[in-house]
Design a binder for this molecule. Structure first.
Ligand code: ZN
Length: 246
């Protein structure tokens, strides 16, 4: 039997050093399944390293008799943290396969999902903007700029997508009471500079509440989208010019 481990699982569990957390991957005694334990406070993890693991399941949510491998955090001290994370995840994955092999368990890393994300990104790049339309009365706006100028449209919510901020939606409410959904990527270009810390220690969690238009000071990819949301909600429609694409 070959254990298939998704690369995307390892990647997700590879956390930045600054989070103070780390993950573990647990493999069943028969080597037929695995699960990820993440995040684990690194102090607890140190206890586990010192063999303080109880025999009837671990204090960090593992199963008894399963074999646990630590997924060490990656250092964010480089310019390209996404790359650093990817590289670390690949090293961890290869090491995991080697260690399992020594225990008589055959494992392979399945990276098909990582590839499909790449092709999805290519689709993103050829993305064509759709005309904003009111879901209730059917009114249409030719361009985004027309929406921003229209005093009858107000920003109602920012529906963030914390897995991929480019997939978020700004929800406007029309004077008829209907909603107009506009993808955030019509306003904000993808940035590879800041990383996504949604749900991690540095995250105040605003993105989990769509009605929150609160600005966020976390050093996170998502903060830019919140700044734009705030700017839209505070705009004075009659005077606004072209939308600001940041
Ligand atoms: Zn309407």
């Amino acid at each position: 039997m070959t254990l298939k481990i998704k690369f995307s699982d390892i990647l997700r569990a590879t956390l930045g050093l600054s989070t103070g957390n780390e993950s573990w991957v647990g493999v069943s005694p028969d080597g037929d399944s695995y699960h990820i334990v993440s995040p684990v406070d690194s102090q607890i993890a140190k206890g586990v390293m010192a063999c303080n693991r109880p025999t009837d399941g671990t204090p960090f949510g593992g199963y008894s008799r399963w074999i646990y491998f630590r997924i060490p955090p990656y250092s964010e001290s480089t310019d390209n943290t996404q790359n650093a994370r990817q590289n670390q995840a690949w090293l961890v994955a290869q090491e995991l396969v080697n260690r399992l092999q020594r225990l008589g368990i055959v494992a392979i890393i399945d990276s098909s999902e990582a590839r499909s994300t790449e092709s999805e990104n290519r689709v993103h790049n050829s993305y064509v903007k759709a005309k904003p339309v009111c879901q209730k009365c059917g009114d249409e706006w030719n361009r985004l700029a027309d929406c921003l100028r229209d005093p009858d449209l107000n920003l109602h919510a920012y529906r963030a997508c914390v897995d991929d901020f480019q997939k978020g939606v700004f929800v406007f409410v029309h004077k008829c009471g209907g909603f107009v959904n506009i993808p955030v990527r019509d306003f904000v270009r993808k940035s590879y500079v800041t990383r996504n810390v949604a749900g991690l220690q540095a995250c105040p969690g605003f993105c989990y509440y769509e009605r929150s238009l609160q600005e966020c000071s976390a050093f996170c990819e998502g903060s830019r989208y919140r700044r734009v949301a705030l700017r839209i909600s505070r705009r004075r429609p009659v005077q606004s010019k072209e939308p600001a694409v940041v």
